[in-house]
Design a protein around this ligand. Structure first.
Ligand code: NAD
Length: 292
């Protein structure tokens, strides 16, 4: 079975639009998201445009602040202070990566944790670690859990989940969320020995590595649920003929071969990717409800 992330994200956006409408009617609050983009990275510009479009589609207010690539760290921090103190703004997202002269960790720490809809502030990671209420949880990991539940149902208790990758953005938070769901969790990473054997244990296998087609069919237990977070741009197969795109996106999992073995798998594109923005909107609504 292919887990359709595009459809799941569309369904989530419909549910969010209804909740936004209800919040407006009951409390007079319209959730509002401000995205700050420093520099002109083309991929970031596309992400920011998509975020703005989808934010407005669910009835939220979308603001974009564009700052030049040579913006100083001090100027960016001053801008964030203004946004932190603006009660009409519920969510602040600084588009990453930032230009090299700016320290990302300083910038993330400067966002009011109550408006940190990316969920990267240490206060939010700490709350997630402690299982405390009020955490704004990183978006891609939330999307992974929703997609795993599409196939397995709401109860993931006792499943052995193996997460490949230990980044603060994906690997660690997705492992914590799986633990909260009562899974037995193994985190594998670049120093893990016998990775194929570790992966073979997985009922749920989450790949967040950043290496095209890395996970092989022989690593996957029959019937496992495979969540592929990777987004890797590779050269398109020349056999696709003239006029075919020069590059294509693939995941961290060798999709065709693994599909033959696993019980369910998220495709790339069309799996975890679309869930990320939908979960960003979910966090913005959550921030408006909790702290608005
Ligand atoms: P990262 O580079 O920060 O982390 C990669 C992790 O993979 C590291 O923890 C490392 O230990 C592990 N790793 C590297 N080589 C390995 C190996 N040979 N064996 C085992 N583990 C290995 O990347 P990230 O930010 O966590 O992103 C991972 C992937 O997910 C990337 O392809 C990224 O583009 C994608 N991503 C997708 C979304 C989305 O919306 N779908 C969001 C964020 C990231």
């Amino acid at each position: 079975m292919i887990i359709d992330g595009k459809q799941a994200a569309a369904d989530l956006r419909v549910a969010l639009a209804n909740e936004v409408k209800a919040l407006k009617e009951s409390k007079g609050i319209t959730p509002s998201l401000t995205v700050v983009l420093v520099g002109e990275d083309p991929a970031s510009q596309v992400y920011v445009r998509n975020k703005a479009k989808q934010t407005m589609e669910v009835g939220m207010i979308s603001n974009e602040i564009k700052m030049p690539a040579d913006t100083s760290q001090t100027a960016l921090l001053s801008q964030l202070a203004l946004l932190n103190n603006d009660a009409s703004i519920h969510g602040i997202l600084v588009q990453l990566p930032l230009p090299k002269h700016i320290d990302e960790s300083v910038v993330i720490s400067a966002i009011n944790p109550e408006k940190d809809v990316d969920g990267f502030h240490a206060m939010n990671s700490g709350r997630l670690l402690n299982g405390e209420a009020g955490a704004l949880v990183p978006c891609t990991p939330q999307g992974c859990i929703i997609l795993a539940k599409q196939h397995l149902g709401d109860d993931l208790s006792g499943q052995h989940a193996v997460v490949i990758g230990r980044s603060n953005i994906v690997g660690k938070p997705v492992a914590l969320l799986l633990l909260q769901e009562n899974c037995t969790v193994t985190i594998a990473h670049s120093r893990t020995k016998n990775l194929p054997e570790v992966c073979q244990q997985a009922d749920i296998l989450v790949a967040a590595v950043g290496r095209a087609n890395f996970v092989q069919a022989s690593w996957v237990k029959k019937g496992a649920t495979v969540i592929d977070v990777g987004i890797n741009r590779i050269e398109a197969d020349s056999s696709e003929g003239k006029g075919s795109a020069k590059a294509k996106l693939v995941g961290d999992v060798d999709f065709d071969a693994v599909s033959e073995v696993c019980g369910a798998i998220t495709p790339v594109p069309g799996g975890v990717g679309p869930m990320t923005i939908a979960c960003l909107l979910k966090n913005t609504l959550e921030a408006a409800k909790l702290y608005g």
